[in-house]
Design a protein around this ligand. Structure first.
Ligand SMILES: [Zn+2]
Length: 81
């Protein structure tokens, strides 16, 4: 389950500290209120938790970076010469 980071839209809260992280399933609806104090919150897109969001990578980007998509060196079974 991914960990999401939230902060209060306004003010602060003694319960959650105004900023908190929450482990939620991908299928869960977007969190709009602090589950503790019920104040409105917004999602924080931090590079700490989701570095891939700061620099979106496509398959072509991966190839340009030197990744071999079809040959998996870890298993060795695809590396045949
Ligand atoms: Zn709170």
């Amino acid at each position: 389950m991914p960990i999401y980071e939230y902060e209060l839209c306004d003010g602060t809260c003694a319960i959650c500290g105004g900023k908190f992280t929450l482990r939620r399933p991908l299928s869960a609806p977007a969190l709009t209120k602090c589950p503790l104090c019920k104040k409105p919150v917004r999602r924080v897109f931090s590079s700490f938790n989701t570095p891939q969001l700061t620099k979106p990578l496509s398959l072509s980007d991966a190839k340009k970076a030197g990744f071999t998509v079809l040959k998996r060196l870890g298993k060795g079974e695809y590396e045949r010469q």
